[in-house]
Design a protein around this ligand. Structure first.
Ligand SMILES: [Zn+2]
Length: 506
């Protein structure tokens, strides 16, 4: 039963007039003529990378549409194109097959609110400081949507969880911001169904059916792979034929192992892990199917070829990688910060030659926003801390420091610096977190080549490499600019109670 609350929409609803002839413009036809991806990207630059002042009304048709999709809680390594053995993602893999797949992309936090804020403002959590339920984005930090709106884009967002509510600052810059939120907690299975991707896509298709005349930016946030895992059972049974229900993916069952980082925590039984993983994978397959339907509608409307498509996630998920079924938000190990990132440039869908390419250089999700702006020929604000990925999309040889900087400040405070070969984690509180849960104290250092699952802490303060990483991490922590902290009574008491019931809210 669908029980989605009536969507909240801003009062600045965009005028949505159809532009039936737009897709047949020289813009689209020009793209389809390019067969080599390098030429395609070069052409994109020739069209798009003028300064804003050079992009008058007459040039706006040359700007690509932008479709940014965040699939909540999506581990990169559970997608076929990222090497997963199961066929969880045929549609997303087909996007990777015509685009650029960033193999080593990392989120700046391991839970929804700060990570999405980083994605949509290109600032680290230590800069935007939206790291608790009662913080909002400081007014001095611009958003991606505001920059696009200011450049003449029509903007719309469709989101499906409390932590993307407009009041946090996410609504800024959107002509239309639709919140498809659950009515009750995640512990209620019917609630999760109310924001499933099928119903979500039904709503988002209203944008496709009536697209604006000017270039547009559409942000979609889908929630399915988030706990509880409740895909249609037949999908999950592909991955585990012994599954006879959804119980193993429920919060009620998984929360028994949510304190798995405690030394005295119960081990996760193999059948629980097997069932829950199948259900998680079923959710991935389910959202993959819904997105195929959404893209088919885009294609039917002739909108795909003029659109930059970006697919990513806000964080991954722990599936007993470090002894728990905790979900996420507690650690900064790779299973919760490594995310997929796929970029498809305009014209790629109709190209006769597959432009599939894998980019192995490390990137961060804060790099998405400046990339989008550069592709749109829009100046990148000085406040943005990410780096445009356009040189990487162009296969240029550039001086590119490969690193990722992530942080959580919630039940405990952690920072992580990841390089291609190592990860240094600093746990500030050496005793317990705010719930009294023992945490791994001090520093952790992992050799990701020899120990990709981050099991053997090699931290040695006398080691020169360790000292070098510590100095870089300290620099990243301390050099954050100060825009203050936005405060707002974000959630209602009822909403906070729901989150507390999940051990979620402060
Ligand atoms: Zn999330």
């Amino acid at each position: 039963m669908k029980r989605a609350r009536a969507p909240v929409e801003s009062s600045r609803a965009a005028p949505c007039s159809k532009a039936p002839g737009r897709i047949e413009s020289s813009f689209r036809n020009g793209w389809t003529a390019w067969l080599r991806p390098s030429l395609l990207v070069a052409a994109l630059f020739a069209l798009c990378c003028s300064t804003p002042s050079e992009l008058g009304e007459g040039n706006r048709e040359a700007r690509p549409n932008v479709l940014l999709i965040s699939i909540d809680t999506l581990r990169a390594d559970h997608l076929g194109s990222y090497g997963y053995a199961r066929d969880t993602s045929p549609f997303l893999d087909s996007l990777a097959a015509v685009g650029v797949r960033f193999h080593s992309a990392f989120a700046q936090a391991s839970w929804t609110l700060p990570s999405h804020m980083s994605l949509l403002t290109s600032t680290y959590p230590g800069t935007h400081r939206v790291e608790t339920s009662r913080r909002a984005l400081p007014s001095a930090i611009p958003t991606l949507a505001e920059q696009l709106q200011g450049a003449g884009y029509a903007t719309a967002g469709y989101v499906s969880w409390i932590y993307l509510k407009s009041e946090y600052g996410f609504g800024r810059g959107f002509d239309r911001y639709v919140e498809l939120l659950p009515e009750t907690s995640l512990q209620d299975s019917a609630t999760h169904h109310s924001i499933r991707s099928e119903a979500f896509v039904d709503r988002a298709l209203e944008w496709v059916r009536d697209p604006p005349a000017q270039p547009w930016f559409l942000f979609l946030h889908l929630f399915d792979p988030h706990m509880s895992y409740e895909p249609p059972l037949d999908i999950a049974q592909r991955y585990d034929p012994s599954l006879d229900g959804l119980q193993s993916g429920s919060y009620e069952v998984l929360s028994r192992y949510i304190d798995g980082l405690r030394d005295d925590a119960p081990a996760v039984p193999p059948e629980v892990l097997r069932h829950a993983t199948a259900l998680y994978d079923g959710e991935v397959r389910f959202v993959d199917r819904a997105l195929r339907r959404f893209f088919a509608a885009l294609e039917d409307r002739g909108l795909l070829e003029s659109t930059v498509v970006v697919v990513t996630s806000d964080h991954g998920e722990e599936l007993d990688d470090h002894g728990s079924m905790e979900g996420h938000q507690w650690t900064l190990y790779d299973e919760v910060i490594r995310v997929p990132l796929i970029v498809v440039l305009p014209g790629s869908f109709s190209s006769r030659e597959r432009s599939s390419r894998v980019e192995n250089r490390m990137v961060q999700t804060i790099d998405v926003a400046p990339t989008v702006l550069e592709l749109g020929g829009i100046e990148v604000p000085a406040e943005f801390e990410g780096r445009s990925l356009v040189p990487l999309l162009r296969e240029e040889s550039v001086d590119w420091e490969e690193f990722a900087f992530s942080q959580i400040r919630r039940f405990n405070l952690k920072w992580a610096l990841r390089t291609p070969s190592h990860k240094l984690i600093y746990n500030q509180d050496p005793e317990t977190d705010e719930r009294g849960m023992p945490i791994r104290a001090g520093f952790e250092l992992f050799d990701l080549v020899a120990d990709p699952r981050e099991q053997d802490n090699l931290y040695d303060p006398e080691d020169p490499l360790t000292q070098k990483l510590m100095a870089r991490l300290r620099q990243l922590i301390e050099e954050r600019p100060d825009y203050g902290a936005g405060e707002a009574p974000i959630l209602s008491d009822e909403e906070l109670e729901r989150l507390k019931a999940l051990g979620y809210a402060q």
